[in-house]
Design a binder for this molecule. Structure first.
Ligand SMILES: *Cc1c(COP(=O)(O)O)cnc(C)c1O
Length: 356
């Protein structure tokens, strides 16, 4: 496996190598059953076992109580942008904090389904509680805990008097979260949990099942809650891979350990940026800098391509910024090792010296 790159992809993104190796070992013959997971019925005892174990491990990792339903859906974060308002905008109004690409998209989608209102709009940081302009009749308040494209995280969970809903796609399983403060959390798996094609939804049970009769079956959370996410055929292979990721996380020390590592990894990169004498810049307010997606620009943008080529020659891949914002972005999810981050930091220092 010596030819594997240091992969800083934003999503789909790096997976833990032991997980990939185990999946490869089990690919053609899962646990001696004579068939692959890919060939197995989702209703089989073996697969239902994998499914339930994955739910249990997620509950263990986050400390999720039985008041919550853990569901596995498809359609990515984007479908959640529609399902959240469709299921919860009962009063007709909801408040959205907009501080990056993903919360903006969620807000625009919700506007189609009800009276979505912007509670706060900020550029290079998360809004503070004081800034939130909340409607008294809002059904919920929505925010994105980590803006993947813009590299912005909420330093604290907003305190609001209404149901709290958050898109945690890109910081899922990277830090401890008091789940009981939330009505609903969702996360596309392909950032920090598993392969693309799987979306996790964690929702307070008592809030489900209040949709109108006109809600399409597959867009009603209740459908998934009632059927162990198996009303239709779930993305079995993606669930299996995420199962292996959960095992890996537990073995590595769980969320507390991931949080520690992500602080160490992101700190090293921000330190490299801040000590570069302006060669590299990051414009996010310091206490809101993402620990998952470190965005930065080269002061001299004419060097961008040379920087990317040099990275490639050092086995460093996928650090080009999102097409909307340009520049660079290093996504340092749980599966990205400190060794990879050190390789990037060393390269950044060397490149800055060579081109000063
Ligand atoms: C990637 C991402 C999305 C979109 O996910 P899809 O699976 O492509 O729909 C939504 N929100 C956040 C925070 C993301 O990082």
């Amino acid at each position: 496996m010596s030819h594997r790159i240091f992969n800083f992809a934003a999503g789909p993104s790096a997976m833990p190598l032991p997980v990939l190796e185990e999946a490869a070992r089990e690919m053609t013959n899962w646990k001696g059953r004579g068939l692959s997971i890919l060939e197995m019925s989702h209703r089989s005892k073996d697969f239902v076992g994998i499914y339930r174990e994955t739910v249990d491990m997620l509950k263990e990792l986050y400390g999720i109580s039985d008041d919550y339903e853990v569901m596995f859906l498809q359609g990515g974060g984007h479908l959640q942008f529609a399902m959240v308002p469709l299921n919860f905008i009962a009063s007709g109004t909801a408040n959205y904090a907009v501080n990056g690409v993903w919360s903006k998209k969620a807000f625009l989608e919700a506007q189609k389904l009800g009276k979505a209102q912007i509670a706060a709009q900020t550029e290079n940081r998360a809004p503070t509680d004081d800034e939130l302009n909340l409607s008294p009749d809002a059904s919920y308040f929505y925010y994105c805990s980590n803006e993947t494209v813009n590299g912005i995280r909420y330093p604290a969970i907003p305190t609001v008097g209404v149901k709290l809903i958050s898109d945690m796609s890109s910081d899922f399983l990277s830090q401890s979260v008091p789940v009981d403060r939330f009505a609903l959390i969702f996360a596309g798996a392909q950032k920090n949990f598993g392969p693309a094609g799987l979306t996790v939804v964690i929702a307070r049970k008592e809030l489900l099942g209040r949709t109108s009769d006109k809600t399409p079956t597959m867009l009603d959370y209740e459908t998934y809650a009632k059927s162990e996410s198996m009303y239709n055929t779930p993305p079995t292979f993606a669930i299996y891979m995420s199962n292996l990721v959960c095992h890996w996380l537990l073995k590595e020390g769980g969320i507390a350990e991931m949080q520690k590592r992500s602080i160490a990894k992101s700190s090293l990169l921000y330190k490299t940026i801040d000590e570069s004498d302006g060669f590299y810049t990051n414009c996010v307010q310091k206490d809101c800098r993402s620990r998952m997606n470190v965005v930065f620009n080269l002061k001299n943008e004419a060097l961008n391509e040379i920087f990317l080529d040099g990275a490639k020659s050092r086995n460093i891949g996928n650090i080009k910024g999102h097409r909307i914002v340009g520049g660079m972005r290093a996504s340092i999810y749980n599966a990205v090792s400190m060794e990879a981050v050190e390789a990037l930091a060393d390269y950044m220092k060397k490149f800055a010296e060579d081109h000063a």
